[in-house]
Design a protein around this ligand. Sequence first.
Ligand code: HEC
Length: 186
Amino acid sequence: MAADKPSQLIEHTYDGIQEYDNPLPRWWVYLFYATIIFSVLYAFNVPGIGVGKGRVANYDADVAAWKAAHPEPVGGATPEELAALASSPTALALGKQVYATNCVPCHRADGGGSIGPNLTDTYWIHGATLSEIYKTVSDGVLAKGMPNWGKLLKPEQVNAVTVYVASLKGTNPPSPKAPEGVPIAP
Ligand code: HEC
């Protein structure tokens, strides 16, 4: 880059060495000033020293906004929700469909049991309340071969199949599997 003015020899001499005054090009100097101004604005605005909220706060705000826009699927239905679904024909119909698709191979179409236990009798291994059935269905019993449906189905499907299973109690299908677990009064 050609300098505007011819280079000048500077007066002083150190150890017999003289140097030229080689000014930096204007564009370089202005760029340098611009970075200084930028650094001040940046320090005041971005890291949270000055007027800005700061990077971390901005990030947290963005994450909070995203979470508000994308609510987590509600896992873990409350007993009240399940009780309400138990008398909802829509939920029972959905539950029947979910059961037919996912549960029949192990619990039989009528719930009489084969690989998995009989779901129609009064004997239960993991409890017979809606919340207990919900927990068994959602968490599964992986060690015994009962899948964790909470990870495989949508929350409303788990809720629906829970109330559907509860509705099978006392249906007395033919040739059921022998009782497993402990008797629980209906
Ligand atoms: C791959 C086979 C398999 C499938 C598919 C399966 N289960 Fe099971 N299920 C089991 C086994 C095995 C058990 C017994 C677990 C134990 O012994 O603790 C069980 C237990 C249960 C219990 C607890 C019974 C009790 O006595 O406490 C419920 C409720 C249940 N299953 C519901 C379902 C539902 C609803 C589905 C479909 C969404 C389903 N299961 C699909 C194998 C299965």
